[in-house]
Design a protein around this ligand. Structure first.
Ligand code: HEM
Ligand code: CU
Length: 753
């Protein structure tokens, strides 16, 4: 099939569908009721259309620019999403029967680039533009015009990066009319590149497709746009806060944006420089990445020095949204606010020190490799702190299962598996086996899909009343959220399994025995696609037909004193515009207390004594970790003797680290077990919720075992598989038990923790 035409048609159909839907829903739109006006009619006379074009292209209002960003990002998401569906359709059969292998290569390249640069960052910038000034009590961004420029650089950069597809469509169109000559040739030579989103040299220097040059320029331009935006956020947060917003009372979403913007400032200029050097190699004959210059490894170092921070650039705003939204529906304050801020900053710094974990298999010096392994594992600690704080926030809260909350919980689940698989990839021996397989694709999609769009959708529901003054269809939203979670787990969980079974990534053709797995993944992907369309439908339809909100306290946030600034702003607006009076709930309860069982323990009290006791309790924690790890090893050895756990391949893996592989591997395992989790436990021990610490320990161990089980799965089936899973679980329970029991015991005798 002709890919360009199919893709172009599908995208046009979705966009057209949105337009038709908005026309239809507007025709049926509810009559005005009382003080609440119906939406304005679409005006079709040229004069007013021109006026609104001028208005929207010249606006410097942060909320309007935010809206533009969100619409642009949604469009890019649909484009990239259609490509994802096309790839999964191709993978239904083991041979390349629907698209050619070249087309498949082009599809995964443009899918990745579109999603990372034109969907995720713009949508987060949109949300930030809309809400950041409101959340910090500013009138607008610090540099409104720079803000507008930052946005308007994006459409041309998208066109430069994705020019291959439109030009191919135009070329085919011209051919219909039998046009020849240089114009025709021009459109015919540009094609979507087939490089992968990492643009690895020497492929990217040698490929003759001129579209790659445009792509590099476009990436450069989008980098400039992103950097401008980041500077604006930083200055706005530093200088435009209202008098009563100090850094201690800056909300968690803005904190995350601040750190993200900081990372952007260091990461994107680097990408820009590296891309320009690549462009020079291609068109001016320089030799930056040629063997006589820096070689192909230079590109990889430069690219990943940008690339790893980039994954956090797109991940941190999502965690910010989670930390912001989750407490509202858990009915209690965010647990461990300070620790979440610290962990965010920690990630910001560490993210620049781990890039070479993407290059473990390139033959860099083993001693260098080992240090990158250590830092990569260390970066999991701040990520884990976030997860524990979220779980703990839910733990003794009173959860309301609205659509945003379903997405928050689903996100935590997918992030845990995504994060733990990441930790395993950070271990050199495991990475050597799994690098280049679907396992990696599963790892990053569980995070990229399982927290970023989840949180964007959650935010779109949570703030829908502020954005539109109406409520979305809640039933549909609940269904859509569930479908999104299920679709992601099915799709990307299957990818992890296929990777463990050894299927290499980035091939259109694959061995036939994987066909049924691929089909399951594709079905999951279609569920995702349907879920996205349902979301789009809900957003558009409810814009015209949703029930108008009658109070600003849509979510009952006043009850738990969580009626944050953006809602207060909304309340004032409702009163000014429609005369809707503020409401007060009958009963309120504290969102945080230190009384057990009532609200949350307040971590802000007593940070200092905690820090003083850390050295003392760390020792106790290490003992617990040692006992636990010993017990865990015992269970795993038993499982080996029974033949359900494959110790041989497990210890073979350790051999990759160095000569004394097995011993070093085991020592690493032991020391890791004794310190990492034990320290986490020690730091949080005082605040661990839910009654006995032992239950908490077991619960956390259960969570960790999922990732472990997946990572060290060696192909067991049937009863063996069951036994394997049971042993992994028991081993981790022993670990959790050893750790928490030691704590429980010591806390009575020594008053540790
Ligand atoms: C919890 C800490 C994390 C660790 C230790 C970790 C570790 C790793 C490692 C070692 C790889 C390289 C695998 C290989 O190519 O063989 C990798 C790949 C990747 N990770 Fe993570 N990761 C973590 C979190 C994240 C997060 C939060 C994101 C995104 C938001 C992410 C996105 C990616 C992406 C996109 C790739 C694949 C890049 C590519 O080859 O195309 N990771 N991760
Ligand atoms: Cu990385």
């Amino acid at each position: 099939m002709n890919r360009a035409i199919v893709e172009f048609t599908a995208l046009s159909l979705v966009v057209l569908g949105c337009w038709v839907l908005s026309r239809l829903s507007h025709r049926q739109a509810a009559e005005p009721d009382g003080g609440y006006p119906a939406r304005r009619e679409f005006d079709f006379d040229l004069g007013s259309m021109w006026k609104s074009v001028v208005h929207w292209t010249t606006t410097t209002n942060h909320r309007e620019i935010g809206t533009l960003y969100i619409i642009f990002g949604t469009f890019a998401a649909l484009w990239g999403g259609i490509e994802a569906m096309m790839m999964r359709t191709e993978l239904l059969t083991p041979n390349a029967s629907i698209w050619s292998t070249e087309t498949y290569n082009a599809l995964f390249t443009s899918h990745g680039i579109t999603m990372l640069f034109f969907f995720v960052t713009p949508v987060f910038f949109g949300i930030a533009n809309y809400f950041l000034p409101i959340l910090i009590g500013a009138d607008d961004m610090a540099f409104p015009r720079l803000n507008a420029i930052g946005f308007w650089l994006l459409p041309p950069s998208l066109l430069l990066v994705r020019g291959g597809l439109p030009s191919q469509v135009i070329g085919q169109f011209l051919r219909l009319f039998d046009v020849h000559g240089p114009l025709f040739q021009f459109f015919w030579t540009l094609r979507d590149p087939e490089l992968g989103w990492t643009l690895y040299t020497p492929l990217s220097t040698q490929s003759s497709n001129p579209q790659i040059d445009f792509l590099l320029l476009g990436l450069h331009l989008s980098g400039i746009a992103t950097t401008l935006g980041a500077i604006n956020f930083i200055v706005t947060i530093l200088y435009e806060r209202a008098e009563d917003v100090g850094f201690d009372s800056l909300d968690i979403f803005c904190w995350n944006l601040l750190v993200t913007s900081g990372i952007i400032i260091f990461a994107f200029p680097l990408l820009g420089s590296a891309a320009i050097m690549l462009l020079f190699d291609r068109v001016l004959g320089t030799t930056f990445y040629a063997p006589q210059g820096g070689g192909a490894l230079l590109w990889q170092h430069l690219f990943w020095f940008f690339g790893h921070p980039e994954v956090y650039i797109i991940f941190l705003p999502a965690t910010g949204l989670m930390s912001f939204i989750l407490p509202k529906f858990a009915g209690r304050k965010l647990f461990g606010f300070k620790f979440i801020v610290y962990s965010t900053m920690g990630i910001g710094v560490l993210s620049f020190g781990v890039w070479a974990h993407h290059m473990f298999t390139t033959g860099i010096d083993p001693r260098l490799r080992a240090s990158f392994m250590a830092v990569s594992i260390a970066i999991a600690v701040p990520s884990a702190i976030k997860v524990f704080n979220w779980i703990t926030t839910i733990w003794s809260g009173r959860v309301r299962l609205t659509a945003p909350m379903v997405l928050c919980i689903g996100s935590i689940g997918t992030f845990v598996v995504g994060g733990v698989t990441g930790v395993f990839l950070a271990v050199i021996p495991v990475d050597i086996v799994l690098h280049g397989t679907y396992y990696v694709v599963g790892h990053f999609h569980l995070i990229l899909m399982g927290i970023i769009p989840f949180m964007m959708v959650a935010a779109s529901y949570y703030w829908y009343p502020i954005l539109t003054g109406r409520m979305y269809d809640r039933q549909l939203a609940l269904f859509q959220s569930l479908l999104l979670v299920v679709g992601s787990v099915v799709t990307f969980g299957t990818l992890v399994i296929m990777g463990l079974l050894g299927l290499p990534r980035r091939f259109a053709i694959y061995p036939a025995e994987f066909a049924s797995y691929q089909r399951i993944a594709t079905i999951g992907a279609y569920l995702l696609g349907i879920s996205v369309l349902l979301w789009l439908y809900n957003m558009l339809w409810s814009y015209w037909n949703g029930t108008p909100v009658k109070t600003a306290d849509v979510w009952g946030l006043k009850r738990t004193h969580q009626f944050t600034r953006e809602w207060q702003w909304f309340e004032r607006r409702l009163e000014e515009k429609y005369g809707i009076e503020p409401t007060e709930p009958e009963i309120t309860r504290p969102a945080a207390t230190s009384v057990p069982g009532e609200g949350s323990p307040n971590i802000l009290v007593g940070v200092e004594p905690l820090i003083n006791t850390i050295p003392r309790i760390a020792g106790a924690a290490a003992i617990g970790g040692f006992i636990g790890t010993m017990l865990m090893s015992g269970v795993l050895f038993t499982a080996t003797v029974l033949g359900v756990f494959d110790l041989v391949s497990f210890s073979d893996l350790a051999g990759f680290v160095g000569e004394q592989g097995v011993v070093i591997g085991y020592l690493l395992f032991l020391i890791g077990g004794m310190t990492t989790w034990a320290l986490l436990f020690a730091v949080l021990a005082e605040y661990l919720p839910g009654g006995p610490r032992i239950i908490t320990g077991l619960a956390f161990a259960t969570i960790i075992s999922v990732g472990f089980g997946l990572a060290f799965y060696t192909g067991q089936t049937g009863l063996h598989l069951l036994a394997y899973a049971v042993f992994v679980l028991i081993a981790h329970w022993f670990y959790g038990f050893g750790l928490s029991a030691t704590f429980e015991y010591l806390s009575e005798r020594w008053e540790v923790a």
